[in-house]
Design a protein around this ligand. Structure first.
Ligand code: UD1
Length: 375
């Protein structure tokens, strides 16, 4: 029996580990798993509600590392994970995405000589002002197995010198989760979801999410984006589940979003999916939502100057508009005229990525019954 320690710490990690846990449970003997929660996110609305809704078993261990500066948060996670690794006898540590927990646990595992698998490897925004870009580059520099969502990421890893037979284009576990939860939502009674009330009230609406430090930490930038949203909302009411970082800064800088931008607390996965899947358009600076909107064919306007997920632009519904109000307005006008990009779902975004990952893990970790894949 081999054991995979699966690391999750922040909101966008939870939807990625859910399908991997399901696939590991379904794969039968040979592979056990432990869930390690770093505690990077801790509020019920950012954390607990996702475990319940997404069917993730309670973590085997939780470090309660909490918020803080990047160094403090990363260091707290590293200290706790090092102690955990010394006693846990994991045969592989699996990290997902690009948050501080991903970086912290990859470094600790590698120094303990435990192999590291990185899910969502190889994405590059080439924007070193983005903390996640540093996390991606460092994590990939020391990982042993690379599970990749899109062809551009394979190219990035090969250019950085990774061995071809360690890079696996498997599709996207977040899309596995999305398709699974969408089917569950289709069987649910919409009246049980509070977001159905918002849908009934506004009927034709857009959805906004905003939380990148580059967008919300600087008062002038946040003011400019808020102005663009107020303008956009003249054409279409915008429902905005507000991230704690953005909520704090909107209040601190005294920024008013106007009456037609409708703020809500952060929503659970199901509440939010119920809302955005039927939106006219999604305006966001989230990486995951760029991909999820492409997977379901919902028009997406990205409020950033770049994306590390180019397949969503090349093949999907995503338009990178930046934070210039004129560009946002143009992109929105195109969608409202019915001239948004139709988009297609990228190769291997088919709901089976976690199964592919688990099959490869079996081959890697159980070499007697599963010979290595040829290059
Ligand atoms: C982190 C990730 C980011 C991800 C985002 C999703 C890093 C570097 N960033 O950014 O990639 O897209 O999560 O949310 O890992 N807070 C709460 N409750 C919580 C968690 C946070 O109120 O449960 C507040 C705290 O005041 C905290 C702030 O939100 O200081 C920001 O949280 P933090 O985890 O530092 O970064 P995020 O902006 O959430």
């Amino acid at each position: 029996m081999k054991t995979v320690a699966i690391v999750a710490g922040a909101r966008p990690n939870f939807m990625k580990i859910a399908p991997i846990v399901r696939a590991l449970r379904a794969c039968g003997n040979g592979l056990a798993f432990k869930i390690v929660h770093t505690g990077q996110h801790y509020d019920r609305e950012m954390n607990g509600v996702f475990f319940e809704e997404l069917g993730i078993p309670p973590p085997d261990v939780c470090f309660e590392s909490g918020s803080g500066s990047h160094a403090r948060q990363t260091a707290k996670i590293m200290l706790a994970f090092e102690d955990y690794c010394l006693g846990c006898r994991a045969d592989l540590v699996l990290v997902v995405g690009d948050v501080n927990s991903t970086l912290a646990c990859a470094i600790v595992a590698k120094k303990q000589r435990i192999p590291v698998a990185h899910v969502e490897a190889g994405l590059r925004s080439n924007d070193m002002a983005m903390p996640e870009e540093i996390n991606r580059i460092v994590t990939d520099a020391i990982s042993d197995l690379f599970f990749v969502t899109e062809p551009g990421a394979v190219g990035n890893l090969l250019r950085e010198g990774k061995a071809r037979d360690r890079v696996f284009h498997v599709g996207h576990v977040m899309v596995d989760n999305l398709l699974y939860q969408r089917d569950k939502l289709a069987r649910a009674d919409p009246a049980t979801l509070a977001s159905s009330l918002l849908k009934a009230r506004y009927r034709r609406y857009g959805v906004v999410t905003l939380h990148r430090p580059s967008n919300v930490d600087d008062p002038a930038t946040l003011r400019r984006i808020a102005g663009a949203l107020r303008n956009a909302a003249r054409q279409l009411p915008l429902i905005f589940p507000v991230h704690p970082r953005s909520r704090a800064n909107l209040r601190k800088f005294g920024i008013d979003l106007g009456a037609r931008v409708v703020p809500t607390p952060p929503l659970s996965y199901m509440e939010f999916l119920n809302l955005w899947k039927d939106a006219v358009v999604v305006l966001t600076d989230s990486g995951g939502l760029q991909e999820e909107t492409t997977a379901l064919g919902v028009p997406c306007i990205t409020l950033r100057e770049n994306t590390e997920r180019p397949v969503t632009v090349e093949e999907g519904t995503n338009v990178v508009a930046g934070t210039d109000p004129a560009r946002i307005e143009q992109a929105l006008a195109r969608v409202l005229r019915g001239e948004g990009k139709p988009g297609a779902r990228p190769h291997l975004w088919d709901g089976r990525s976690a199964e592919r990952i688990v099959e490869i893990l079996r081959r890697e970790l159980l070499p007697v019954s599963y010979p290595r894949i040829a290059a």
